[in-house]
Design a binder for this molecule. Structure first.
Ligand SMILES: Cc1ncc(C[n+]2csc(CCOP(=O)(O)OP(=O)(O)O)c2C)c(N)n1
Ligand SMILES: [Mg+2]
Length: 540
């Protein structure tokens, strides 16, 4: 053993977990950690606001399947990154926040030391999966390993570790870091698998729903779907698990047409937001099967057959049981599914001009391109109007609906997948939450193409105020900078588009350019057709 600092001990733990990139914004308390990054030649991507450190780590995690790590100062720095951690929590993404604390002698005293907050660990624990303090260098290897174990086991999620200011530079003998094994997943209960197979056997028109918990079970899910002729539907995070190019891979708009006949739902790694409360009714007598690794989920939406298991193992076991029990395909089901897709494709074309732009975007982008959404008129439409072909290529903020997440999340995704095209779909409002990260994109040459759909408004809010609040528009209209000039001032290539026919050449040029680029797409205020009819559809 050799004496190393607390900061070096943390970095040793990160290296043992295979981490080679961290996102971070340094300050006095965490100098010791950043110096250890430097000494270990860790790649450190800086940012201009802590929120971007968190979002970049989130995008990195979702795009790669590996944990995203970031470091920020405690107190204000942690709170600045809070929305990103909350987004990672809602999306079940492994994102590790490394932060500081007041010096050891000041802990818990409220004397007003730099960045002190009343109870940082309690605050963090209220919205991350696991958080702890490293009190001395020798405890770093175990605690870092524990953090990764928690993030990557069972239902994944973010974690946080804090270390007092003095400990980052305190030297001590520290044991080598060894990753801990992931917690074993519960094995699918054979009686419940049998019960689920019996429900499937008795059904005529099952529909499979998938969410972020099923991202790594794509093969098993497609096999089950093929066996049952069942459509596979995802709302947001599960998109691409079954490709929309496959006739069984449906958008929510197409799936809703099949809803009246759906006599069984099979949810895999999903909260079932669509059928449970976005869609206005459930057909009478409909049954349900769920596979989820989190037993708590089974209380939130009780299923007729609740299988607590890993998505891969649970789906494989279910398929084997169905193949034993038997299932009679409904005659002509694939034709019905194809018709539903064709009908939806036609209907969503009403959502203009959003669909005109999304259609061009899909035609131009390679199948493995990564797209991030935002809560914006085009972002909403992309949930059902932009086909997705591979898992982890549609990165959304999920149920948090975190305005401002899209652009910095895209930066992190591009860092994880530098050889893929990465496009951020943003509104003018959401983009300006993190506009300063254009500097980060330039500094680290992160070649994200950012689309800013500029309607000079928080458009969604404005529409709600016009329609629900009798036209009393309050704080929803925006006066924006010239986005082309702004981007150019940062050194970002920029273009302006005022109609869909100008979009293709601008996009092709931006992609060919390779470096960071921005396309501002001017959309007249109030000209966009509401995208909501497909997200909260009416009862037929
Ligand atoms: C962090 C956060 N703050 C506020 C909101 C509320 N909100 C939802 S959509 C929206 C307006 C979005 O405006 P813009 O990005 O310009 O997109 P547009 O609807 O105009 O296309 C706002 C303020 C939110 N979802 N998240
Ligand atoms: Mg807008």
């Amino acid at each position: 053993m050799t004496a190393i600092t607390g900061g070096e001990a943390i970095v040793q733990g990160l290296v043992a977990e295979g981490v080679d990139t961290v996102f971070g914004l340094p300050g006095a308390q965490i100098y010791g950690l950043f110096d250890a990054f430097h000494q270990a030649q860790m790649r450190v991507i800086g940012a201009r606001h802590e929120q971007a450190c968190g979002y970049m780590a989130f995008g990195y995690a979702r795009a790669s399947g590996r944990p995203g790590v970031f470091s920020v100062v405690p107190g204000p720095g942690v709170l600045n990154a809070g929305a990103a951690l909350l987004t990672a929590f809602g999306s079940n993404e492994p994102v590790l926040c490394l932060t500081g604390q007041v010096p050891t002698p000041f802990l818990g005293q409220g004397r007003g030391h730099l960045h002190e907050m009343p109870d940082q660990l309690a605050t963090l624990r209220s919205f991350v999966k696991w958080a702890d303090r490293i009190d001395y260098p020798g405890s770093a290897p175990t605690k870092v390993a524990r953090g990764f174990q928690e993030m990557m086991s069972g239902r994944r999620g973010p974690a946080a570790l804090e270390m007092p200011w003095d400990v980052f530079t305190q030297r001590a003998d520290v044991a080598a870091s060894t990753p801990l094994p992931r917690f074993a997943a519960p094995l699918p209960d054979s009686d419940r698998i049998k019960a689920a197979a019996a429900l499937i056997k008795a059904s005529k028109n099952p529909m499979i729903f998938v969410g972020s918990g099923a991202i790594d079970a794509a093969d098993e899910i497609l096999e089950l779907a093929e066996m049952l002729d069942a459509p596979v539907v995802a709302f947001r995070s599960g998109r691409g698990i079954v490709s929309n190019a496959h006739e069984l891979g449906l958008t929510m708009a197409a799936a809703y047409h099949l809803w009246p006949q759906t006599d069984l739902i099979i949810g895999i790694g999903t909260r079932l937001e669509l059928p449970a409360w976005r869609w206005p009714y459930r057909p009478a007598g409909q049954k349900s099967v769920r596979i989820d690794i989190d037993p708590v989920e089974m209380r939130r939406f009780a299923a007729d057959a609740a299988i607590v298991a890993d998505a891969q193992a649970g789906t494989a076991a279910l398929r084997a049981a169905v193949s034993k029990a038997g299932f009679t395909r409904t005659h002509g089901r694939r034709d019905t599914i194809r018709e539903a897709s064709a009908k939806a494709l036609k209907e969503i074309q009403a959502v203009q001009p959003q669909m005109a732009y999304l259609d061009i975007l899909r035609e131009v982008l390679p199948d493995d391109a990564i797209v991030t959404d935002e809560l914006s008129q085009v972002g909403f439409a992309s949930w059902y109007g932009f086909p997705i072909y591979q898992p982890r290529t549609f990165i959304t903020s999920g149920y948090q609906g975190t305005l401002g997440s899209g652009f910095p999340t895209a930066l992190g995704a591009k860092v994880a997948q530098p050889d893929r095209a990465v496009v951020a779909i943003t509104g003018d409002g959401g983009f300006m939450f993190g506009v300063q990260e254009l500097a980060t994109a330039v500094q680290f040459n992160i070649g994200v193409v950012t689309l800013v759909f500029n309607n000079n408004a928080y458009g969604n809010v404005r529409r709600d105020q016009l329609t629900v609040f009798d036209g009393r528009v309050t704080a929803a209209d925006l006066v924006n900078p010239d986005f082309v000039k702004l981007a150019e001032a940062f050194g970002v290539a920029a273009a302006r588009v005022t109609a869909p026919d100008q979009f293709r050449p601008a996009l092709e040029e931006a992609l060919a350019h390779g470096g960071p680029s921005l396309i501002v797409i001017e959309v007249p205020r109030d000209s966009e057709v509401s995208p909501w009819a497909f997200i909260h559809p009416a009862k037929p």
